[in-house]
Design a protein around this ligand. Sequence first.
Ligand code: MF3
Ligand code: CO
Ligand code: CO
Length: 256
Amino acid sequence: MSRDQIIHTPEEVVRIRRAAAVTAEVRDQIAAQARPGMTTFDLDQVAGELIRATGGKSAFLGYRGYPGNICISVNDEVVHGIGRPDRILLDTDLVSIDVGVEIDGAIGDTARTFGFRELTADLKRLVNGTQEALMAGIRQAKRGNHVRDISLAVETVAKKHRLGVVREYVGHGCGIRMHEPPEVPNFVGFGQGALLSPGMVLCIEPMLNLGTHKVTTDSHDHWTVRTRDGECAAHFEHMVLITENEPEILTWPKTT
Ligand code: MF3
Ligand code: CO
Ligand code: CO
């Protein structure tokens, strides 16, 4: 695992902060416009319009050949689901959206999981547990800590709620390119990882499963990642700036 890290200049941080805020707003607009009866392709088109309206462009479209504006992952789909005209959203579906916007040479990347009606007890445990794990990770994103402190906090909350931690995909540095060093795993491995310093921007993004941690990639589209056991998954992602003091969550929902 890379121990490199990118420290952004104050001028870059200004642009990254704006890209992240724009992306967060688009994320919540997409979720607000999602309805049962729409197809996931419809939702991707809505997302494309909302992204264009910001003056930015999708950071995902064309990335390593990715064909969608955003990622839409339903139920047992963990991440990287592609909008499809033959997949109609049901009111019982659990929907994860992951949104990336590039604007003024900076990038925002954020994800959330939602349903359309009251969730079952297990789905509440999954969704609330994943959000709790993300917030516990963010709390460790302070100068002087290491990436391992974030990973440990996320993994500890996941275990507490008996959720499987996806290992193949991890959080990452972000800001000027979508994926920058360091990697930010949601589990603890060897070593303490990069030292956290002011000016670093991290995407912390637990991908947690109701069942086991095991996942598989769709053999036809080569993108969609699903749980092996068919159980549901959740994904929440925030961009966080390491500061001299407390972490600054750059993709927090707009409150006005
Ligand atoms: N947004 C994802 C992440 O959180 C990456 C999406 S890859 C893409 O790292 F190809 F779909 F863009
Ligand atoms: Co993302
Ligand atoms: Co990310």
